[in-house]
Design a protein around this ligand. Structure first.
Ligand SMILES: Cc1cc2nc3c(=O)[nH]c(=O)nc-3n(C[C@H](O)[C@H](O)[C@H](O)COP(=O)(O)OP(=O)(O)OC[C@H]3O[C@@H](n4cnc5c(N)ncnc54)[C@H](O)[C@@H]3O)c2cc1C
Length: 397
């Protein structure tokens, strides 16, 4: 069997590990990456951008030796340009490669709204380590940063900019920060904390234009606010990378997969940010890993099913502890029991249904995060764990 994996992000790298473990000795694994680095963990990027002492080498988890150890033939900086599903082969600029089973793990690009002025120098759409290197270099001479997007990545990049002594403004289109992870009340607490760290935050504002001669110099919102900028970073969401397969596989927002992580073409699987399962593109590390494990296993022996993942996100901003579990914004309407408490620096909400935590927001109470995460992911009984919850959240009503 010739197993081929396109992509070397967390989905690709998880898949080759499983393939290497489960395949027979005669089978081969070939992997393609259009990036110039071995595997690195994207969540480490904001910290890398914010700290000039962290080297590229420290950020890379697996160098070339690692791939050799598990007998994976990694083709770095070799982009797959075309797939022929009938002949079962793929093409890069260098050569044509046959496959028996193929995994598409091409991830996603930063989705950027059609803002005028995106072509100006020092505008960056944040996705990979190459973007991070350019941004960190720019911080050496810039002083004013505008971040478009007040989601998790936008706020982590804003924190990186603050650490690099930038005057930093975050512009968020939604009426409050982290609209996918928080409600308005929790977001207000978060916003106050971030403002004390020096971030300027504008919510409910749409960026209309970026102006400047050759370089960015100003960000202008639809209602006419002018924000001086020497660097503009878009953290405005993702768009799955499906161009390679959009004419040969069934694609909606992402590549449509069934419960075996199979695409519409036999012997071709997909996992990670490029894949859409039951209408959902997760855009997160844990689901990408779960999907990749199942896809890789099924490439060898098709007997594992994927039944979706739980949403969980953690904001990594210095001295600020925020995790959101399963919160999708509609929990209030689902008839779930709600337990909460709020003060100037802390905000906690648990949504409980049939004695299980269905969603939770924990802001500022660090020690509660692992306990709530465990109850949520393992679907443990709340009543049986009441004592543990009380120990970390004594003020919960
Ligand atoms: C800065 C940043 C921070 C993040 N932080 C978190 C976090 O804290 N927690 C969390 O859960 N998620 C986080 N995410 C999201 C998370 O990183 C993604 O969900 C995850 O990387 C998806 O993995 P993937 O392997 O599907 O795709 P990717 O990581 O995007 O990897 C896909 C790879 O395939 C390559 N590729 C694409 N097309 C081709 C081709 N034709 N030929 C060859 N190679 C190709 C791409 O260049 C890329 O290297 C973050 C994302 C970013 C950008």
């Amino acid at each position: 069997m010739r197993y081929v994996v396109i992509g070397n992000g967390v989905a690709g790298v998880t898949a080759v590990q499983i393939l290497a473990k489960e395949k027979n000795t005669e089978s081969t694994i070939t992997q393609f990456s259009d990036e110039p680095f071995g595997y690195y963990n994207r969540p480490k990027i904001p910290a890398f951008v914010g700290n000039n002492e962290v080297s590229v080498e420290e950020t890379i988890t697996y160098g070339m030796d690692w791939y050799k150890t598990i007998a994976v033939d990694l083709h770095m900086q070799e982009k797959v340009e075309r797939i022929d599903t009938v002949k079962q082969e793929l093409e890069t600029k260098e050569a044509t490669y046959p496959f028996d089973r193929l995994l598409i793990a091409t991830g996603a690009d930063c989705w950027c709204p059609p803002i005028e002025g995106r072509e100006l120098k020092h505008f960056y759409a944040m996705r990979n380590l190459s973007d991070a290197l350019k941004i960190r270099k720019r911080f050496k001479t810039s002083n004013k940063t505008v971040i478009i997007g007040g989601g998790v990545l936008g706020l982590e990049m804003a924190n990186a900019a603050i650490n690099q002594k930038q005057k930093t403004t975050v512009v968020e289109f939604a009426p409050y920060l982290l609209p996918r992870q928080l409600d308005q009340e929790g977001s207000n607490v978060l916003q106050r904390i971030l403002e004390t760290k020096g971030m300027e935050i504008l919510v409910g504002k749409e960026v209309q234009r970026i102006t400047g001669e050759k370089e960015v110099s100003q960000v202008i919102t639809k209602d006419g606010i002018e924000i001086p900028a020497e660097i503009v970073i878009a953290c405005t969401g993702i768009t799955p990378r499906v161009n390679l397969v959009k004419d040969i596989l069934e694609v909606n927002r992402g590549i449509i997969v069934n419960d075996f992580m199979e695409t519409s073409s036999e012997d071709i699987f997909a996992a990670g940010d490029c894949a859409e399962h039951k209408g959902i593109v997760y855009g997160l590390i844990p689901p990408s890993m779960q999907q990749a494990r199942i896809a890789a296993h099924n490439m060898i022996r098709k007997d594992l099913e994927y039944h979706g993942s739980k949403f969980a996100a953690t904001l990594k901003v210095t001295d600020l502890f925020l995790s959101s579990f399963g919160y999708m914004g509609q929990e209030h309407d689902l008839g779930y029991e709600m337990r909460k408490y709020i003060n100037d620096e802390e905000y906690v909400k648990l949504f409980i249904h049939k004695d299980k935590i269905k969603a939770a927001i924990i802001l500022g109470v660090r020690k509660a995060i692992p306990i709530v995460r465990n109850l949520f992911t393992q679907e443990k009984s709340v009543s049986e764990n009441e004592k543990k919850i009380r120990e970390v959240l004594p003020d919960l009503s």
